[in-house]
Ligand binder design. Structure first.
Ligand code: ADP
Length: 191
């Protein structure tokens, strides 16, 4: 199995690069943001629990996120590995993921962190908001709040993997295919 965490702030390009990586390495894409949006569209209980946090640009509580990820991982019995996108976002989520992987007889192989500066991120998100209609991408105040949440609550997750020698920083600005090459070179050098 190959289990990768694609890490980085909102708008760093995790979704775009995940789509390319799952094809090349035959992996399962697990995006917690996408899963929540699906629950909201379906009007499920979980969707109702998540919506107010997401609309404000705050984190959904760990217990809700972790339960949803556990269910998804356990249902994907034939998977050759996962790309985790937007998860883990807190140290408690990272610890839960380690336990879950261990129970599955596998482990997280690496965290690839896309590095992009905030001005570029803000531009990309406002542009995405125009195209996708995502409410959390349309308001600069909400976007700034997501950056603050990322800096305060999520960056410690990178330190968690760095301590195990599993963190790799990847320049996330430039041509999509060049960024993809940087990612695959790093993956191929490790596996
Ligand atoms: P982005 O990375 O651009 O913010 P996502 O689609 O990953 O977009 O996430 C959108 C929102 O979903 C987040 O702002 C947050 O409210 C919620 N969310 C997604 N993943 C998590 C998570 N792992 N923990 C808590 N909240 C999450």
């Amino acid at each position: 199995m190959l289990n990768i965490i694609l890490f980085g702030p909102p708008g760093a390009g995790k979704g775009t690069q995940s789509e390319k990586l799952i094809k090349k390495y035959n992996l399962t894409h697990l995006s917690t943001g996408d899963l929540f949006r699906k629950h909201i569209t379906e009007g499920s209980d979980l969707g109702h629990q998540a919506q107010e946090f997401m609309d404000a640009g705050n984190l959904v509580p760990d217990s809700v996120v972790i339960g949803m990820v556990e269910e998804k991982v356990k249902n994907e019995t034939n998977s050759e590995g996962f790309i985790f996108d937007g998860f883990p976002r807190t140290v408690a989520q990272a610890e839960a993921l380690d336990r879950l992987m261990q129970e599955n007889g596998s482990a997280i192989d690496m965290m690839l962190s896309l590095v992009v500066d905030e001005e570029e991120l803000l531009k990309r998100l406002l542009n995405r908001g125009k195209i996708s209609g995502r409410v959390d991408d349309q308001n600069p105040e909400k976007i700034r709040n997501r950056f603050a949440v990322y800096n305060n609550e999520t960056t410690p997750v990178a330190e968690f993997y760095s301590a195990n020698g599993k963190l790799f920083n990847i320049e996330g600005v430039g041509d999509i295919d060049h960024i993809f090459s940087r990612l695959t070179e790093t993956i191929d050098a490790i596996v």
